[in-house]
Design a protein around this ligand. Structure first.
Ligand SMILES: [Zn+2]
Length: 213
């Protein structure tokens, strides 16, 4: 989903804070006040964008009588990343967007299901094989000929996990990713491949380390 440039907003304000810290290094009182103002502005701009995203998602869920599946953030581990990557990951408002989706979905009567996020980005949804090395823009399975955009691939694994953990859901929804092998997959939203805002969320890939979530 496009996030309306949250990443760019964060980068801009990070640069501005660095600049302020350098320029006002001698006047700590003024610096503190200016930094606080920068922080407030950044937060307002990010929250406004997240509210647009969560509202759109819940509206579509309601209209299509769909359920929303989220990764259970409490099960998410971290480690082995660079300082820069850690800043990117921790500054990404993951829990805030989940909080917004959950309360808006509850108000609209859209069911929310949470699943364990482990291996979602490194598993082949067709044959179940896992990759232990880093996954690039596209997930490529080493055991079968499955190849898919990494975000959509992770989404398929999240759906599979949800179906496996919920009997009522498994009776209602049949999902066979192998059937999509030679088909065009159309996501709920227009995913602009490689577009500027479609890939806002940091994936952990950039650090180059083998991260097991
Ligand atoms: Zn496979």
């Amino acid at each position: 989903m496009p996030f309306g440039g949250v990443r760019q907003v964060q980068a801009t304000h990070f640069r501005r804070r660095q600049l302020l810290a350098k320029k006002k290094a001698r006047d700590r009182r003024v610096l503190r006040r200016l930094l606080a103002r920068e922080g407030r502005r950044e937060k307002d701009r990010v929250l406004q964008r997240l509210h647009r995203v969560s509202k759109a998602l819940v509206t579509v869920g309601n209209r299509k009588r769909a359920a929303i599946i989220l990764e259970d953030l409490t099960l998410r581990g971290a480690g082995g990343r660079s300082r820069r990557m850690n800043r990117r990951l921790s500054s990404w408002p993951r829990s805030e967007i989940h909080r917004q989706i959950e309360y808006k979905a509850a108000l609209a009567g859209v069911p929310v299901i949470k699943v364990n996020p482990q291996w979602t980005s490194k598993t082949c949804p067709v044959c179940g094989a896992r990759r232990r090395d880093r996954v690039g823009q596209d997930f490529v399975c080493l055991h079968c000929d499955w190849e898919m955009d990494r975000q959509i691939n992770a989404g398929m694994n999240i759906l599979k996990t949800a179906l496996a953990s919920n009997e009522a859901l498994a009776r209602a929804v049949r999902f066979q990713p192998g059937a999509l092998r030679h088909d065009v997959v159309s996501p709920l939203y227009d995913l602009v491949r490689g577009g500027p805002s479609a890939r806002d969320e940091p994936s952990g890939v950039e650090c180059g380390a083998d991260v097991v979530r």
